[in-house]
Design a protein around this ligand. Structure first.
Ligand SMILES: Nc1ncnc2c1ncn2[C@@H]1O[C@H](COP(=O)(O)OP(=O)(O)OP(=O)(O)O)[C@@H](O)[C@H]1O
Length: 279
């Protein structure tokens, strides 16, 4: 099942195709070395321009992994390097989106997009123009002066995506960005994310609980095991791009989704009463 050796993104650091993002022998516990570890022996490489989805049982440490990759937390041991440089703090070339976009309620949509640049008053004209371009790209030009309470969940997440893109990051880190949305909006935004990723030639690491969403978007789906988590499977998704809603009804798509579903059943011990990590 594991396909780790077959893909350039899974080669060792320093090999012919040096990965953009190299996660090496990562360990992390919230209580330090003596406490119960969340991640252990976790290694994962992501190649330049690759879209990698991360699936795993609930509580296995997916969000924790993303916190380490973005520099919001430091590993107990092991390393995270981006373009050969250790990631030790949040940086402008790494853009992040979370399940809830955490918009400032007293600021307009436009100011929320401009938050990383210190709002409209302190941002220069170039950055303000970029915010307007991004708002147009995510279909929110007309809502630029609205406040977060006036937005639907999908609109709010679009603001979060535009904000993530303000400094044109080359690595996108997305933690269940569409989990709180209805099915149709979720599909629309997934395909918009694919466009943003393809047109911007970005690298993406994307956590989701949805097997179809992972297969629709990713070049590779990596699966984390139970806590302390490490990568237990690494599956290539060789479906042509751009993928569409129709892609989801092809036999190739369904075969990959089926394999992943079986893998999850194995991880959860087949029991109907056991918690499931993906749908
Ligand atoms: N700030 C924290 N302090 C202590 N323990 C934490 C903290 N944040 C998370 N944990 C624990 O670390 C483990 C991994 O949590 P994490 O949120 O990374 O998992 P996850 O795979 O993203 O979960 P889910 O799929 O449910 O979102 C869980 O057991 C959680 O209770």
């Amino acid at each position: 099942m594991s396909d780790a050796s077959a893909h350039p993104g899974s080669q060792a650091p320093g090999s012919a195709a040096t990965p953009r993002l190299a996660i090496s022998d990562l360990a992390f516990g919230y209580d330090g070395k003596g406490g119960r570890m969340v991640l252990e022996n976790l290694s994962l490489n992501v190649a330049d321009g690759e879209f990698v989805a991360v699936l795993g049982p609930s509580g296995s440490g997916k969000s924790t992994l993303l916190r380490l990759v973005t520099g919001l937390a430091r590993p107990t041991s092991g390393t995270v390097t981006l373009d050969g440089t250790p990631v030790t703090r949040p940086r402008p070339d790494i853009g992040m989106v979370f399940q809830k976009p955490t918009l400032l309620p007293w600021r307009t949509v436009r100011d929320n997009v401009l938050l990383p640049a210190g709002f409209a008053r302190s941002a220069g004209p170039k950055v303000r123009a970029e915010a307007d371009r991004l708002l147009e790209m995510v279909g929110l030009s007309e809502a630029a002066k609205a406040y977060p309470f006036q937005l639907s969940g999908g609109m709010a997440q679009r603001v979060g995506i535009a904000r993530m893109l303000l400094h044109n990051p080359s690595l996108l880190i997305l933690d269940e960005p569409f989990a709180a949305l209805d099915a149709m909006t979720r599909e629309d935004l997934s395909l918009e994310l694919q466009t943003i990723w393809m047109e911007g030639r970005k690298t993406a690491l994307f956590v989701t609980h949805s097997i179809p969403e992972a297969v629709l978007l990713a070049d590779r789906v990596v699966v984390l095991g139970e806590r302390p988590a490490r990568v237990v499977a690494d599956i290539r998704v060789p479906l042509p791009r751009p993928r569409t809603i129709e892609t989801m009804s092809t036999p190739e798509f369904n075969a990959i989704a089926y394999d992943l579903r079986n893998l999850f059943r194995d991880l959860a011990g087949h029991g109907a009463d056991k918690k499931k990590g993906a749908a």
